[in-house]
Design a protein around this ligand. Structure first.
Ligand code: AMP
Ligand code: MG
Length: 545
């Protein structure tokens, strides 16, 4: 029997043609499962389906093959939609072709009966209709993910799936902090001609006489080639192009001048000349592709006349907060409300990253939030960050939102503390994260996940863990997850040392001002003694050891 199975995040097709099979078929039986407006007595706007694609595809195929042993058919096509499926739209399509209708109907019936029990596609939760009180419970308890992604696994996924954005030429004045995407070579020797390194007098390098006749005066911008005879000198300034080869420059401080004559008080060993090409030679690489352009690199490019280097573009970043309890920092929270701190945090963290940031707040109702968004505008966003709503709460809609925006969810949990409910999605070149709303978790996820994605989009490999000793004992309850522990790295007598910060929960904010690193504490490791060398991740703005 021919079998075709497909999982899709998009709406199902209007119609599917019968699967082409060998030989004539007498029956073509189709089924579409449509989302009703009600689930377990509650009005819903959509149902969200979650699956492990590889496993689901395998299990559907296996199930169909086993049923076909009893009800032999010619071919079956199954298309199952995942993510949020709005009311009125189909979640599943099944088309069976067979010689006679009886076996097609039998296969379809049995497949539908067993699909739910045998195949890992879950109705994860319902999306309530705007204005109704949503169910607090998920429709069927979300099955524990077959192990949340490990920290290393998450880093590997982000590293491999985030691809560099296409390079653009940028004027030097706008290129600071961007990644150079071409190796720039010196177009000419630097310096381009022999220049005096001093204010003084150029004489033949072999002339050790005591008195000289000054035959010309060259300022820094002058270009007057000529030859010199023994006993002749040319007055030069620092940077003057020397009139010929075979010279040295006597410093002005070592000379007494009387009219057009000079007396050399001291002949130095140094030639006081910057030779053509001594800094770099034509064709020599000046700045390599992949370098993040600092002031020095920009100065070098400018000196070489490379005024429009090919660099990484400024990614467009959108950061949306969710949570009806949030008010802006300017407002006085009413009972039950809190001030939004994540917007300020992200704005600050992105201060030194060349990017165009747009921030907004989304209402905590899926459909209303959806209407707030401008899909055309969002399609131009390179990195989408949704703050809060990344977990399994009744109102947490980050995942279905990202799915409806066409993102494939790569993982939705990471075995790390704080920051477990972290969603990572990809849509072509576009990247999305559903970040936990708790401020410390937001901070941690930014540093290990978002910073890595930004680096990859820019064309870098991303931050790496470094090692340094603990300045003090780190003691905690053992945790089955790895911990990214906020810490302060300081230089003590030239050596880096990590001070673990005090924090109690992922909702803490008080440790953030001093936190410039995250210590990687292994799972189940309760105590790390002072002096122990540990891995740590530099946080924004930290000077690396
Ligand atoms: P959530 O991730 O939406 O479940 O939120 C977890 C916790 O973080 C809740 O206590 C929220 O009130 C808090 N929270 C969410 N967003 C923010 C924000 N933008 N600023 C400060 N706290 C937040
Ligand atoms: Mg929330």
């Amino acid at each position: 029997m021919k079998i075709e199975v497909q999982l899709t995040g998009s709406p199902l097709a209007e119609s599917y043609s019968p699967l082409s099979t060998v030989g004539a078929h007498g029956a073509f039986v189709e089924f579409r499962g449509i989302i009703r407006g009600e689930e377990r007595g509650q009005p819903v706007a959509a149902l969200e389906y979650e699956t492990y694609a590889e496993m689901a595809l395998r299990e559907i195929r296996r199930l169909l093959e086993s049923i076909a042993e009893r009800h032999p058919c010619l071919g079956v096509r199954v298309v199952h939609r995942t993510g949020a499926v709005p009311v009125g739209e189909a979640a599943v399509y099944i088309g069976v072709v067979s010689l006679h209708r009886a076996e097609a109907i039998a296969l379809l019936g049995e497949f539908l009966d067993r699909l739910k029990q045998s195949v890992p596609i879950w109705k994860r939760r319902m999306v309530p209709v705007a204005g109704t009180v949503p169910s607090k419970t998920a429709i069927s308890a979300p099955k524990p993910r077959a192990g949340a992604c490990s920290l290393d696994g998450a880093l590997a996924e982000i590293r491999s799936r985030c691809q560099p954005l296409p390079a653009v030429p940028a004027p030097l004045a706008e290129a600071f902090g961007r990644v150079l995407r071409e190796t720039v070579c010196a177009p000419e020797d630097m310096p381009p001609f022999d220049r005096s390194a001093r204010d003084g007098y150029a004489i033949l390098s072999t002339d050790a006489a005591g008195h000289f006749q000054v035959v010309d005066t060259l300022d820094a911008a002058d270009w007057r080639p000529r030859s010199l005879q023994p006993g002749q000198a040319v007055r030069v300034a620092t940077g003057s192009a020397l009139p010929c080869g075979g010279l040295r420059v006597v410093m002005q401080e070592h000379v007494e001048r009387e009219g057009s004559r000079i007396r050399v008080l001291e002949h130095e060993h140094a030639s006081n000349i910057r030779l053509r090409g001594e800094d770099m030679q034509a064709g020599q690489p000046l700045v390599q592709a992949g370098a993040r352009l600092n002031a020095g690199a920009l100065a070098l490019l400018g000196a070489a006349g490379c005024v429009q280097p090919l660099v990484s573009p400024r990614p467009r970043v959108a950061h949306f907060t969710t949570g009806d309890e949030l008010v802006s920092p300017q407002q006085t929270p009413k009972p039950g409300q809190i001030r939004d701190s994540n917007s300020t945090l992200i704005r600050g963290l992105l201060q030194n990253v060349p990017c165009d940031l747009e921030q907004n707040h989304l209402t905590e109702d899926f459909e209303t939030a959806w209407r707030q968004l401008d899909p055309k505008r969002l399609a131009k966003v390179d990195l989408l960050l949704v703050s809060g709503g990344a977990s399994v709460g009744a109102k947490d809609f980050s995942r279905p939102l990202l799915e409806r925006l066409g993102f494939e969810i790569i993982f939705s949990q990471v075995n790390v503390r704080p920051g477990k409910p972290l969603i990572f999605g990809i849509n072509g070149r576009r990247v999305a994260f559903g970040l936990p709303g708790n401020p410390l978790a937001h901070f941690v996820c930014f540093h290990f996940a978002v910073a890595l994605a930004l680096a990859r989009l820019a064309g870098e490999s991303g931050p790496v863990f470094l090692r340094a000793p603990l300045a003090a004992k780190l003691e905690d309850e053992p945790c089955p997850r790895e911990t990214l522990w906020p810490a302060h790295l300081e230089w003590n007598s030239g050596a880096p040392r990590l001070h673990p910060m005090v924090w109690a929960s992922s909702g803490d904010l008080s440790c953030l001002p001093a936190a410039n690193t995250l210590i990687r504490v292994p799972a189940n490791q309760a105590i790390l003694e002072a002096g122990t060398e540990v891995d740590f991740l530099p946080a924004a703005g930290m000077v690396c050891p």
